[in-house]
Write a protein that binds this ligand. Structure first.
Ligand code: GDP
Ligand code: IMO
Ligand code: MG
Length: 418
């Protein structure tokens, strides 16, 4: 079976950490969408790593990691990430395989991303600036280049696409120079050729037929999904469970457990609606205690209370079978914790997400007593403060899915199974 692990909020829930924790139970770990807009943090044995395109199973021997067809790869960023991992002692060439059908992010995709964002002015999405939108636009517009294209006549194919991009860039008042970036790009293409480039849909299905266990690692989160997120303030891929089927070439019948990860509160980077956002000292405490700064861009993350309306929606869309709660230790010092159980919208109480999430929405909160104790050194459920156990039970009742894992710190070891 393919088990899927994905974010239920606006990203940065702690997917990297949990994929690493779960990796011993699997044979293959595969990314199925997104690209280097992701920043997945892992901490163990006093070391910290942030992964962008490489799956989070890479640190464990004898596991195969796959970059699936649904992913977009920036060769230059991939090369620097891979070389850093190799310097730290990881054997990548035998452990990492790349789908020939994954799309390439070209230097001009990054420029188009930046140009489109600056043209939007106030209405900008606040993208990570990594060319994600333009690369997926070329994919669906049938102009994209794929990893398999680098094996034959690549320069010619590249020039064809670049000519189109130059015309697009000319429409923006955007000055740029491609010379240096192109040299690094072509060097990185040569670097990628050293990896095993595979028909990953065949590989994954052969592994399944041989009884191997596969973990699909999502990037971003459900509220950033191109179809179901807070459109247009979303990313350009399907971050939801269905994305694992299209991004790896597996049948929905092969999907097993769907792990949904959420923070005990909520964060968002970039623009767009966020009904439970806090602009007060509580929000600042979450940001400081939770170190809520983007792992890719360093931008401060917007912080707020947990939003159960949005979480219930994400659970429904993904068919989540087990929940994983992250970063509850960040709430240790709060005497009162709030959870948004419904919205007030045009004077009415609603429990579903409306078509447009906007300023007319006001969260309706339930207040819960905090535990006011340190939890980051707890290693067994029996040691949970009773208010903490009550918070978990409250969430399970509201969400109707069991919370199977609780994370109380960034380290691999700070994880409690239930
Ligand atoms: P991802 O994109 O979903 O993999 O999440 P990120 O790595 O972008 O952000 C999660 C951040 O929280 C990272 O800095 C992690 O090291 C950290 N983290 C993960 N789990 C916990 C936790 O339970 N408690 C605390 N305090 N930090 C955590
Ligand atoms: P991980 O996998 C949080 C956000 C950006 C922006 C929007 C679109 O680490 O959880 P894009 O560059 O994708 O076109 O930006 O999506 N975003 C993320 N926010 N975590 C991420 O990834 C994100 N990837 C994209 O901030 O609002
Ligand atoms: Mg992240």
């Amino acid at each position: 079976m393919v088990d899927v692990i994905l974010g239920l909020q606006w990203g940065d829930e702690g997917k990297g950490k949990i994929v690493d924790v779960l990796t011993p139970d699997y044979d293959v770990i595969a990314r199925f969408q997104g690209g280097p807009n992701a920043g997945h943090t892992l901490e163990f044995e006093g070391k910290k790593f942030v992964l962008r395109s490489v799956p989070s199973g890479i640190f464990q021997d004898e596991k195969i990691n796959v970059i699936g067809n649904g992913v977009v790869i920036d060769p230059v960023l991939f090369r620097s990430e891979a070389e850093d991992l190799q310097k730290s002692g990881q054997e990548l060439f035998s452990r990492l395989k790349i789908s020939k059908k994954a799309h390439l992010i070209l230097p001009t995709h990054r420029l188009l991303d930046l140009a489109a964002e600056s043209a939007k002015g106030e209405g900008k999405i606040g993208t990570t600036g990594k060319g994600i939108g333009p690369a997926y636009t070329d994919k669906t517009g049938r102009n994209g280049l794929r990893v398999g294209d680098i094996l034959e006549n690549f320069e010619e194919k590249y020039q064809n696409v670049i000519e189109k991009h130059k015309k697009l860039l000319a429409q923006y008042n955007f000055s740029y120079s491609l010379q240096q970036t192109e040299a690094a790009f072509f060097e990185a293409i040569e670097f990628i050729k050293q990896f095993e480039l595979i028909d990953s849909e065949y590989f994954i299905n052969q592994q399944l037929a041989a009884g191997k266990r596969i973990l699909a690692e999502g990037a971003q989160g459900t509220m950033l999904d191109i179809d179901f997120g807070s459109y247009p303030f979303v990313t350009s891929s399907n971050t939801v469970c269905a994305g694992a089927c299209t991004g790896l070439g597996v049948s929905p019948k092969q999907i097993g457990e769907v792990y949904g990860i959420f923070k005990a509160y909520c964060t968002r980077v970039g623009s767009g609606p966020f009904p439970t956002e806090l602009f007060d000292a509580d929000g600042d405490t979450m940001r400081t205690t939770g170190y809520e700064f983007g792992s890719v861009t360093g931008r401060p993350r917007r912080c707020g209370w947990i939003d159960l309306v949005a979480l219930r929606y994400a659970i429904m869309i993904n068919g989540v079978s087990a929940l994983i709660m992250m970063k509850s230790d960040v709430l240790d010092e709060f005497t009162t914790i709030k959870a948004c159980v419904a919205y007030e919208w045009n004077g009415k109480r609603i429990e579903n997400l409306p078509f447009e999430i906007n300023k007319n929405i006001k969260p309706i909160y339930k207040e819960i007593r905090g535990w006011s104790k340190n939890t980051d050194n707890i290693s067994a459920e029996k040691d949970f403060p009773k208010e903490f156990s009550a918070y978990i039970s409250f969430l399970e009742k509201e969400l109707n899915v069991p919370i199977k894992m609780v994370s109380v710190g960034p380290d691999r070891a700070q994880t409690i199974l239930r």
